[in-house]
Design a binder for this molecule. Structure first.
Ligand SMILES: Nc1ncnc2c1ncn2[C@@H]1O[C@H](COP(=O)(O)OP(=O)(O)OP(=O)(O)O)[C@@H](O)[C@H]1O
Length: 275
C-alpha cells in the first residue's frame, strides 16, 4: 500500500507545487492523476520515488518510509518502484531482452551487469514477461527497430522485471495513437489486477483515464480537489479541476481521441436514412 500524508513541496524558487496532499492506494488499484499544467502531478510522482525532496509530509510504501530513507534503504525501496515513461526511456542500441533485464540493475552486482551476465532466473523471468506483453518473438531485436506501442510494452516488461510493489507511470500514451493508447492502458490495468499492484498514472487524456482507471485524483494548484471513481467525474468536477469550460461541447465535437463517441448508433443511422 502507498500512503501519502500531508505532502507539501515548495521549490527554492518559491513555487508551492504541493499543498498538504494525502491519500492511500491499496494493492491492485490504479489511480489516474489528472490536472492542468503546473498542478503538481509530476512533482507528486517525483516525490514518491524521491527524485524531489518533499518540504514536509510523509510517504510510505508497504509501511516503509520513503521520505526519510537514504543510502541503501532508499535504493532498496526504489528498486521496488517500477517507472514507465512517456518516451519509454529505452536504450535504443540494446536489444529488447537487454532492456528488460536492465530492470534488474538494482539487484545484481555491478560486474554482472557490466558483463551483461544476469542470473538465469532473471533471464527466464524476462522471457515470461515478454510473453505477457506480447513481444516474445522480439527479444533479440534492437529497441530502435520497434514501434512506439512495442517500445512501451518493453518499458512495461522492464518495470515488472524489477518485481515492483508500486508502478509510477508518467503519461504512458502521450506519444501513441488512440488505439495503441487504449491497448497500453488495458495492459497496464490487467497487469496491476493480476499482480495486485498499486499504480499512479499521470495522464492528460481525461477520456482515457475515465475509461480505464479505478479512481481519479484531480489536482489543482497543488491541492487535491477531486478524489473519486471515474463515474463521479462530471462537468462540475472537471470545472473544479481545470476551471470554467464548456465540457459538453468539447466532449462531443472537439475531441478526436475516442472515435466511438463520434460514431452514431447504427439504428440512428438507419433511421436518418429513411426519414
Ligand atoms: N524543478 C523545479 N523548480 C522550481 N519550480 C518547479 C520545478 N518543477 C516544477 N516546478 C513548479 O511547480 C509547479 C508544479 O509543477 P509540475 O511540473 O509538478 O506540474 P504538472 O502538473 O506535472 O504539470 P505538467 O502537466 O505541465 O507536466 C509549477 O508551478 C512549476 O512551475
Amino acid at each position: 500500500m502507498l500512503r501519502i500524508d500531508g505532502l507539501t513541496k515548495r521549490y527554492k524558487t518559491g513555487d508551492q507545487a504541493l499543498k498538504n496532499v494525502s491519500f492511500e492506494i491499496s494493492g491492485g488499484q490504479v489511480v489516474g492523476l489528472i490536472g492542468p499544467s503546473g498542478a503538481g502531478k509530476s512533482t507528486l510522482i517525483r516525490c514518491v520515488n524521491k527524485l524531489v525532496e518533499p518540504t514536509s509530509g510523509s510517504i510510505s510504501l508497504n509501511n516503509r518510509e520513503i521520505s526519510s530513507a537514504s543510502g541503501g534503504e532508499l535504493r532498496r525501496i526504489r528498486r521496488r518502484i517500477g517507472m514507465i515513461f512517456q518516451e519509454y526511456a529505452l536504450v535504443e542500441r540494446l536489444t529488447v531482452m537487454e532492456n528488460v533485464l536492465s530492470g534488474r540493475l538494482g539487484y545484481v552486482p555491478f560486474w554482472r551487469s557490466y558483463l551483461r551476465r544476469f542470473p538465469q532466473a532473471d533471464v527466464d523471468k524476462a522471457f515470461m514477461l515478454l510473453e505477457r506483453v506480447g513481444l516474445s518473438t522480439h527479444a533479440d531485436k534492437r529497441a530502435d527497430a520497434l514501434s512506439g506501442g512495442q517500445r512501451q510494452r518493453v518499458g512495461i516488461a522492464r518495470a515488472l522485471e524489477q518485481d515492483p510493489e508500486l508502478l509510477l507511470v508518467d503519461e504512458p500514451t502521450a506519444s501513441l495513437d488512440p488505439k495503441t493508447s487504449r491497448q497500453i492502458m488495458r495492459l497496464i490495468l490487467e497487469i496491476c489486477r493480476e499482480r495486485s499492484l498499486p499504480a499512479v498514472i499521470n495522464i492528460h487524456d481525461v477520456e482515457l483515464a475515465r475509461m480505464f482507471v479505478d479512481r481519479i485524483i484531480g489536482l489543482r494548484a497543488g491541492e487535491i480537489v477531486f478524489d473519486a471513481a471515474p463515474a463521479k467525474l462530471d462537468n462540475a468536477a472537471l470545472t473544479r479541476i481545470y476551471g470554467e469550460e464548456d465540457w459538453k461541447h468539447s466532449a462531443s465535437e472537439e475531441e478526436d481521441g475516442d472515435p466511438t463517441i463520434l460514431v452514431k448508433h447504427p439504428d440512428l443511422q438507419r433511421l436518418e436514412a429513411v426519414v
